[in-house]
Design a binder for this molecule. Structure first.
Ligand code: ZN
Ligand code: ZN
Length: 184
């Protein structure tokens, strides 16, 4: 997934205005330029502040789906982590009184967690298709690639009974171990 120029610019703007605000509240921050901004955060977190690296990362999926909220709340939330770190040191709690104080200065609610819908941030489910040979009770769970090769006429055989695998017309997206098969 890539970020287009206009969204990139909006995010950079949001970050610099929070950083500017931070510098006004805490003049000692003037010696730092605005933090680096990245968009490669995976999983369900909306943002992350890397305290020692002067860097913030956003989750691009959530940024695209909740642009206004991420630019206001999440960017502010992460900048507040950097501020609290620079002003109060590294021994404070991540969402403790110092961070809450900075959030208050930013005019943001001091919520530790977001409530965005995260269903599109999860890893895509992998489907496996059930195949059988002549061995009793044996099931081969084949991935999409082998499944489509079979549909195109490719033959896979059981290593034990040497018969061709045939579809059982069942599929699952549960994680399953794969059995060894021989391509023929
Ligand atoms: Zn946080
Ligand atoms: Zn077999």
């Amino acid at each position: 997934m890539t970020i287009d120029d206009s969204l990139h610019l909006q995010a950079t703007d949001a970050l610099s205005s929070y950083w500017q605000m931070a510098c006004e509240f805490f003049p000692r921050l003037h010696k730092y330029s605005a933090p680096q901004l990245g968009f490669h955060l995976r999983g369900t977190a909306a943002g992350m502040a890397y305290l020692n690296e002067h860097r913030i990362a956003l989750n691009l999926v959530l940024l695209k789906e909740n642009t206004v909220a991420v630019l206001n709340d999440v960017v502010g939330h992460e900048v507040a982590h950097l501020c609290a770190y620079y002003v109060y040191g590294s021994r404070i709690k991540p969402h403790g009184a110092e961070w809450k104080h900075v959030m208050g200065l930013f005019g943001l609610p001091a919520r530790a967690r977001h409530s965005f819908d995260v269903s599109n941030t999860q890893r895509r489910k992998v489907w496996r298709h059930a195949y059988a040979c002549n061995c009793t009770g044996k099931v081969f769970w084949l991935g999409a690639q082998r499944h489509s090769r079979i549909a195109k006429g490719h033959v896979y055989k059981c290593l034990k009974c040497h018969t061709s695998l045939h579809s059982m017309n069942q599929k699952t997206n549960e994680a399953l171990p794969q059995r060894s098969i021989r391509s023929a």
